[in-house]
Design a binder for this molecule. Structure first.
Ligand SMILES: Cc1ncc(COP(=O)(O)O)c(C=O)c1O
Length: 396
């Protein structure tokens, strides 16, 4: 069937973090969920479950594991085993549980900034220190500074590396060669690789996601991979995610830690949604990817033609677009405040993702095209007034 991603659905008054946390006239293009209705088979499966009318504690059926295994095989060409799967209420609870299981307070955890900011709390809440391997911005896209990475990984206090594959917010899909080099360095210094692959299905044409664990047997056995259907199918509120751990010794530790944190109880609706998504959601996803591609390309043309003061870091993955606003000469926090106050548009301030995110903004483009057009016009209005004002101040 043909899905209509242009359809505008009012999300106000649905307890939506994105829509209900700011005034009515604010257009929200920030937190990472989508303004699209999910795939019909998922809605039907949930409706069927609702009709039963009893929502007691749930157990995980075989069909759930089979759906997860089959998704890995058909979308990512990687054969995982059912017994490698641990379930959890979310990727962030999983990361916290893993950090807790594999570190002692005072240990260090490596990340690559700028990066999704909740990694920080998973580390510091476990009384560990954050060590940053800053990604290198070459004016167009981001690369890994391997020399710096190796030097940081060689610190014997560094026990875990939390790796974002593909990367939020810089939009990189890491190559096999990059994955391999990271894997080799981590193995050399006994650093466990915890891979966040929550955005793995949202890849633009021309790029291909490679699961870190699929690169080699060594990568597989020295890694823990966190995934979820939540970003792909817009199911974040259902609190259902999986952790893939091939190494049996690690798996026991992860399971114990999830239990200690009570993050392992399944959500009755999440189970049904995941099964339907992974068994019957491909048609919807392929159409979503075409639509997102159109949104991404629209944004790139708009910026190039109408707001050339900004520069798009063209994403290879994710519906989150990272833009360089450093030429405006004002801090990204101040710019976001202006965009919010004057433009009535809510986007993310890049500095929230680490110091090197200063001078950048992040915009969520997973919305009907009409919202994107409106958002771009609001952004243009603020940038033009801010930019012109700065120029005039310089003249004075
Ligand atoms: C890289 C990354 N990891 C994890 C999450 C959140 O995952 P969860 O809602 O399953 O805790 C997000 C949400 O934006 C994300 O971008």
């Amino acid at each position: 069937m043909r899905y209509n991603f242009d359809l505008i659905i009012n999300r106000r008054n649905t307890n939506s973090v994105k829509w209900d946390s700011s005034q009515e006239d604010i257009l929200p293009m920030w937190v990472a969920d989508m303004d699209f209705r999910t795939a019909d088979p998922i809605i039907q499966a949930l409706e069927k479950r609702v009709q039963h009318g009893i929502f007691g504690y749930a157990s995980i059926p075989d069909a759930y594991y089979e759906a997860e295994v089959s998704w890995w095989a058909k979308r990512h060409h990687f054969k995982i085993k059912k017994e490698w799967i641990e379930i959890s209420t979310g990727v962030i609870p999983s990361l916290s549980a893993v950090v807790q299981a594999f570190t002692e307070p005072g240990d260090k955890v490596l990340i690559q900034s700028p990066v999704y900011n909740y990694f920080n709390s998973s580390i510091t809440n476990n009384r560990c220190e954050i060590v940053r391997n800053e990604l290198k911005y070459n004016g167009e896209s981001y690369e890994i500074d391997f020399e710096d990475f190796e030097q940081k990984a060689s610190d014997e206090k560094v026990k875990v590396f939390i790796f974002c594959n593909p990367h939020n917010p810089v939009g990189r899909v890491w190559s096999r060669n990059e994955l391999q080099r990271l894997g080799e360095i981590c193995l050399k210094y006994n650093v466990l690789v915890v891979v966040d692959e929550i955005h793995r299905d949202l890849i633009y044409r021309g790029s291909k996601h490679i699961p870190f664990a699929s690169v080699s047997e060594l990568c597989l056995m020295n890694s823990i991979t966190c995934t979820a259907p939540s970003k792909t199918f817009n199911l974040a509120g259902l609190k259902t995610s999986n952790i893939i751990v091939a190494n049996e010794e690690y798996r026991k530790k992860v399971n114990r830690s999830l239990n200690i944190n009570e993050a392992i109880e399944p959500n009755a609706f999440g189970i049904e949604a995941l099964i339907a998504a992974y068994n019957e959601g491909e048609e919807w996803l392929d159409q979503l990817l075409d639509y997102l591609q159109g949104n991404r390309d629209y944004l790139i043309s708009f910026i190039n033609e109408r707001i050339p003061e900004l520069k798009v870091v063209i994403p290879e993955a994710t519906y989150l677009v990272w833009m360089d606003c450093s030429s405006l000469g004002i801090g990204s926090k101040e710019l976001c405040n202006k965009i919010f106050e004057d433009g009535r548009l809510r986007i993310n301030d890049g500095s929230a993702y680490g110091e090197t995110g200063e001078g950048f903004i992040r915009m969520n483009i997973a919305c009907p095209r009409a919202f994107l057009v409106e958002g771009m016009e609001r952004l243009e209005g603020v940038v033009k007034s801010t930019y012109l004002k700065t120029e005039m101040e310089e003249i004075r």
